[in-house]
Design a protein around this ligand. Structure first.
Ligand code: FRU
Length: 449
């Protein structure tokens, strides 16, 4: 199968051919999760922007479908979101099922594409009455004319409390616009939000603190991987704390949350972009992170966002290897008997006198620096205090060309694209002193394709 290529990620989403970037239009409808994405179908360096499309029933196994949205006379189809119009507010419904409506940026070609010449970036709609298989562009496009500059990346959701659709839109550094609508077609500018040095691909969503519905917080997430915490009344976001860094790895950009999840979980998918990682000889370019659940939890410093792989990924677990209560004194220990190149590694560390300790996987060191209290991987570091029980907990997902690290149950996460050296194996290490490893669990994973 095409999916067995040498450098094809085996449990991270990639497109069959061409280049992908941002996830778009993430939405659930009637048993299916939709993943649309920025797709340049004409080659690995294609800059033409279409919406590619894939569906999944479990968020783990994906099936690529034909291109959903093609460029038109308003320009390329840049990033955006999708909603299920349950009450047919836009009037697009033709059958029994509520339509899936995509809200995206129409982006005229930079070098004056014959069709879109002279136009400015604006926001448009396309709708589907057959579960995203075919789309019709709305005849009244664009629905939000250019506000200013290269405004883009509309994220739309249903705001229960005000009974309206809400859009957050990137305007230009440093501002975002918040708009509202009754019908997805007519939009009112409610407010502008200034976050210094703000970034494209914004998200605005609610999370209960520690799962307690009586403590709802609102979060603004920017594509660069920063988030701010505050309140939102349907018109204005009031910043209470932040922005905070959520992304410490090299390859994690333009994340988006699924709209309309059946169980109310907040699930995010991100593009493992930036850093121009190449897949030698492959017909595709770029990959997505695994889907990850966002929660807001109390920490010593106040509420903070936690990011952790969704539990459905455990269905990929095959052969299980485990070790208990290993103590290393300025030493290494190879973990024997592990096969394959797709792994999930869960380990706990009880730092002693070692300056650094951790695990080396296929030639790449992931370590904890006790003195600095940092997690160090691939030349990057993230501040990481010990958990209340004195342990550091790591979950590491190793795919053919990427490694994702989740520390202390999601308090920190880092995503990297890499070409691992399989022959280097897997070993624990402790530098210049002692470290205990109370538990090490390794699962060989099954490919999703
Ligand atoms: C982010 C981004 C978006 C834009 C899209 C174009 O990576 O620049 O702002 O809509 O990519 O592909």
């Amino acid at each position: 199968s095409i999916y067995r290529e040498k450098y094809r990620p085996q449990f991270h989403f990639t497109t069959k051919m061409g280049r992908l970037n941002d996830p778009n239009g993430l939405v659930y409808q009637d048993g299916e999760y939709h993943l649309f994405y920025q797709h340049g179908p004409f080659g690995i360096d294609s800059t033409s922007k279409h919406w590619g499309h894939a569906v999944s029933t479990d968020l783990v196994h994906w099936q690529e479908l034909p291109t959903a949205l093609h460029p038109d006379e308003l320009g390329h189809i840049f990033s955006g979101s999708a909603v299920i119009d349950e009450h047919n507010t836009a009037g697009f419904q033709t059958g029994d099922e509520p339509p899936l409506v995509a809200i995206y940026t129409s982006a005229p070609a930079v070098q004056g594409h014959a069709w879109s010449k002279g136009q400015r970036r604006s926001q448009s709609l396309a709708y589907s009455n057959d579960r995203g298989r075919t789309f019709t562009k709305y005849a009244g496009n664009p629905v939000v004319k250019n506000i200013r500059g290269n405004n883009r990346d509309p994220k739309v959701f249903w705001h229960e409390e005000s009974g309206k659709w809400v859009m957050i839109l990137y305007l230009a550094k440093p501002a975002f616009a918040i708009l509202s609508s009754d019908n997805l077609k007519d939009w009112t500018l409610e407010s502008e939000l200034i976050i210094p040095d703000g970034h494209e691909c914004p998200e605005l969503f609610q999370l209960p603190l520690d799962g307690d519905p009586t403590q709802p917080y609102w979060i603004v997430w920017e594509g660069s991987g920063r988030y701010s915490i505050g309140t939102f009344d349907g018109r204005e976001f009031s910043l209470k704390s932040g922005p905070f860094e959520a992304v410490y790895g090299a390859n994690d950009y333009a994340a988006q949350n699924f709209n309309h999840t059946p169980d109310g979980r907040t699930i995010q998918l991100s593009w493992m972009g930036r850093g121009e990682f190449k897949y030698p000889g492959m017909p595709f370019n770029q990959q997505m992170t695994v889907p990850r659940e966002l929660t807001l939890r109390t920490t010593e410093d106040g509420p903070r966002l936690y990011i952790y792989p969704i539990k459905e990924l455990e269905n990929l677990r095959g052969e299980h290897h485990q070790w208990r209560d290993i103590t290393l004194q300025q030493d290494t220990q190879t973990l024997q008997g592990i096969a394959g190149d797709l792994l999930e590694v869960d380990l706990t560390l009880k730092p002693g006198s070692a300056t650094e300790a951790g695990v080396e996987i296929f030639g790449q060191r992931i370590s904890y620096n006790l003195r600095e209290q940092t997690l160090v991987a691939f030349g990057r570091e993230a501040p990481l205090p010990l958990m209340p029980d004195g342990l550091i907990r790591l979950k590491i997902l190793v795919d053919r060309t990427s490694v994702e690290i989740f520390a202390n149950e999601g308090y920190r996460q880092m995503a990297f694209c890499v070409l691992p050296q399989l022959s280097a194996g897997i070993r624990l290490f402790a530098d210049q002193g002692e470290c205990e490893f109370p538990s090490v669990d390794v699962w060989e994973l099954q490919p999703i394709w």
